[in-house]
Design a protein around this ligand. Sequence first.
Ligand SMILES: Nc1nc2c(ncn2[C@@H]2O[C@H](COP(=O)(O)OP(=O)(O)O)[C@@H](O)[C@H]2O)c(=O)[nH]1
Ligand SMILES: [Mg+2]
Length: 308
Amino acid sequence: MSQRELARLLSRLERSPEILQDTLAALPAAPGPVQRIGFTGSPGVGKSTLLHAVIRELRERGERVGVIAVDPTSPFSGGALLGDRLRLAPQQDDDGVFIRSIGSRGSLGGISPQASVIASVLESAGYTRILIETVGVGQTGYDVVSLADTVVALFSPEGGDGIQLIKAGILELGDIFVVNKADRPGADTLLKEIGYSLAMEPPPPTGGWQRPVLSMIASSGQGAAELVDAMESHGGWLGALPGDHPARQRRMQRELEFTLRSSVGALLDGELRGLLDSLASDVLKGDCGRWDAVARLKRALAGQLARD
Ligand SMILES: Nc1nc2c(ncn2[C@@H]2O[C@H](COP(=O)(O)OP(=O)(O)O)[C@@H](O)[C@H]2O)c(=O)[nH]1
Ligand SMILES: [Mg+2]
């Protein structure tokens, strides 16, 4: 499938969700092993810059790369400024790189389901590495990372990230940790802090993977090869595990859970919004009890979910 055909197929799926199931079921299986890699970190930490360096490295290694950008401020996103377009230009001309961005809500029943659909389509079309850029934990990007086989968590000495680390739950989520902007003061300290925090944590229940903490200067590409090495190692480690290994079970369970949560959230924001609003008024007017309102919402939700 050419890039243009791919883009057209994805747009058609976004416009006509009713053809989704059949279209996905009819897609040929991915021709070989694929890996979904999620990149998460606060805005400004350098995710987009780092992705460019990673794309370049993966292309040099012969991989075909799909990019799904969820961060609305990302230069990959639609409506990018001219400067960003220029920055992206060489890679946009490359047939081995396909970039798709998702608006802040996602048009296929939420961001996660939409990202999941795009990833499946790209994998079927022979893209072997799917990079997912999202904003930091606690924002919309969090659940999207749960689609990833490998999670790269980014930090920078500029962000004051050190203290936030543990609260954010990212220690549990990340498979590879990157301190970006190693050219800035404080990078070494942050690197050590993350190392200590990981060492203090009880080992993750999934075990067996030593989570590396890498330092990088995304803007110059320094450290990109080491990061891609780590990504490949993690993919290899995960791929070699049996399907019933806890690490794979947890990943799949997380993906299914967040995809469902995302679908429900999208329904509450979309089709069920009107009902929600009118029930709220009814409760306030005393026409309906709150638990009755919740019960009616649940029934409507179940109906909508069954129709999807
Ligand atoms: N000094 C320095 N600046 C960087 C580095 N990586 C990215 N930046 C800059 O940090 C800013 C935010 O980068 P961006 O990739 O858009 O971050 P995102 O919001 O996480 O996607 C940009 O001005 C980049 O040029 C780095 O390694 N060192
Ligand atoms: Mg970005």
